[in-house]
Design a protein around this ligand. Structure first.
Ligand SMILES: NC(=O)c1ccc[n+]([C@@H]2O[C@H](COP(=O)([O-])OP(=O)(O)OC[C@H]3O[C@@H](n4cnc5c(N)ncnc54)[C@H](OP(=O)(O)O)[C@@H]3O)[C@@H](O)[C@H]2O)c1
Length: 207
């Protein structure tokens, strides 16, 4: 059985918690307010707590805005070492809504991997709107979770979790591909914000 910690209880934290629970994972939900973690955890039979509690998951999902990540990394120090850390962020520049806040030749995932040298960081879930993770469909098509990172073992663990949770997971390549996933995530947000596609739809992978 996989062990999963989810930090953050918003749209994505709650949706990924549902997938992990469906997969039968031993689940821990953490938030800055314990009550919010409990609200998500209790119906799923998961443990809950506050950010700073000891991590119990071999897979840790950072379901947080990009600008909150560094604080959480600092709070945990080397506690991520040896774990698979999942970065779901779309580091959108909300001041301009015209690009990303990370350098064009890098990615949020690379920056997190550089900060967590003892962990295996993967990008996943950033090209899936929360609703499509919860329902398992993007419009009429099955939801696919694209996973990128340099550790095959870490990617396989995330893909196995997603698959056991009822969705399709696809290895999208090395950590370098996180840059393309973040560009795709931003484009998908831009399309939904402009009402060209619904928040229940977006990109799907066929075949
Ligand atoms: N929404 C989507 O469809 C979607 C799709 C793909 C990827 N993403 C990415 O997923 C991430 C989370 O998005 P979301 O839609 O789930 O956001 P959300 O619903 O606003 O939830 C954000 C979560 O992060 C927590 N948080 C915010 N600032 C924090 C801080 N400084 N320290 C600790 N916790 C903090 C919030 O806690 P409080 O409740 O205490 O504020 C909440 O649990 C983002 O990086 C986003 O780009 C979102």
């Amino acid at each position: 059985m996989s062990t999963v910690t989810i930090i953050g209880t918003g749209n994505i934290g709650a949706a990924v918690a549902g997938i992990a629970a469906k997969a039968g994972a031993q689940l821990q939900i953490l938030a800055r307010e314990g009550e919010k973690a409990e609200t998500v955890a209790t119906p799923l039979g998961a443990a809950s707590g506050t950010i700073g509690d000891e991590l119990t998951g071999d897979i840790v999902v950072l379901a947080l805005p990009y600008d909150a990540i560094s604080q959480v990394l600092t709070a945990y120090g080397d506690a991520f070492d040896g774990r698979t850390v999942v970065d779901v962020t779309n580091p959108v520049d909300f001041a301009t809504f015209d690009g990303l806040v990370v350098p064009a030749d890098s990615s949020a995932t690379r920056i997190i991997q550089e900060a967590l040298s003892g962990a295996s960081v993967v990008k996943a879930f950033n090209v899936n709107f929360g609703a499509t993770l919860a329902t398992g469909t993007a419009g009429p098509l099955p939801t696919t979770v694209l996973v990128a990172g340099d550790s095959t073992q870490a990617k396989d663990a995330v893909i196995a979790l997603v698959t056991a949770g009822g969705l399709r997971g696809v290895d999208a390549g090395s950590l370098k591909r996180a840059r393309e996933l973040e560009a795709l995530g931003f484009l998908q947000i831009s399309l939904a914000a402009a009402e060209k596609t619904p928040w229940t739809g977006g990109f799907a992978l066929i075949g």
